[in-house]
Design a protein around this ligand. Structure first.
Ligand SMILES: N[C@@H](CCC(=O)N[C@@H](CS)C(=O)NCC(=O)O)C(=O)O
Length: 226
């Protein structure tokens, strides 16, 4: 199997954390240059990473890939043990994907101050705050997001909270984790977990490549070869 993935992509980081935590080692990672050229649609119709390439085609969407991996390797599954636990894992993962990450992504074009529309920034910032409030109330008071063991909820929440800390302040609004207690405590614990630490270092590396021009140079080189 091959995972089309990028260091800085939180949805990809979520799947990589699951792969690391499940100990799956037969999945190759690649970031096709077509992603930077806006041509990922040639590989996967949705045109977004992550994408899992399997024998007979491709599987897009991080949550769908995550569920597929859990079904292919049931003995290593990170879905939770009982129907109630699995519902909770799915709930936390949805809060991270829909109410945090999706709103953060919609707000990203408002980062440059010169072209920012404050009303749009404020609309998404309020939704992120609201999502964070829901997370604060649903998060387990335990070692991991949904209980004493690491689950897929942790794999989704870790990159989402990295985005809250590193991206949201670039909109000139406070890091939404700062106004929480349970989420803040969880964030300081989970970032020390070895699988979380690995994807967080990869996301930092991706951010560095974006900020220091490495990523831009790679795109320019790819364009020049067209
Ligand atoms: N709902 C999708 C979101 C994936 C997504 O938006 N990926 C971003 C990178 S983190 C992407 O590929 N963006 C490219 C684009 O929007 O054209 C998932 O869960 O996989």
């Amino acid at each position: 199997m091959k995972l089309y993935t990028g260091d800085l992509s939180p949805y990809s980081a979520k799947v990589r954390m699951q792969i690391y935590a499940m100990g799956i080692n037969n999945i190759e990672f690649e970031l096709p240059v077509s992603f930077y050229l806006g041509k990922l649609g040639e590989i996967s119709p949705i045109g977004r990473i992550p994408v899992l390439e399997v024998d007979d085609g491709v599987i897009p969407e991080s949550e769908v890939i995550a569920e597929y991996l859990d079904e292919v390797y049931p003995e290593k599954s990170l879905a939770g043990d009982t129907p109630r636990q699995r519902a909770n894992v799915r709930l936390l993962s949805r809060i991270a994907d829909i109410y945090l990450m999706n709103n953060i992504f919609m707000a990203l074009p408002q980062i440059p101050r010169a072209s920012r529309v404050d009303a749009i920034r404020d609309l998404f910032a309020a939704q992120i705050t609201r999502g964070m409030g829901a997370l604060e109330r649903h998060l387990a008071d335990d070692k991991f997001a949904a209980g004493p063991e690491l689950t897929r909820a942790d794999c989704t929440l870790t990159p989402a909270l990295w985005m809250c800390e590193n991206t949201v302040p670039r909109l000139d609004v406070p890091n939404p984790i700062d106004s929480t207690e349970r989420v803040a405590g969880y964030w300081s614990r989970i970032r020390n977990n070895k699988h979380a630490a690995k994807i967080l270092a990869e996301m930092d590396r991706g951010m560095q490549a974006r900020l220091d021009g490495t990523e831009r140079r790679m795109i320019e080189e790819a364009r020049a070869k067209l």
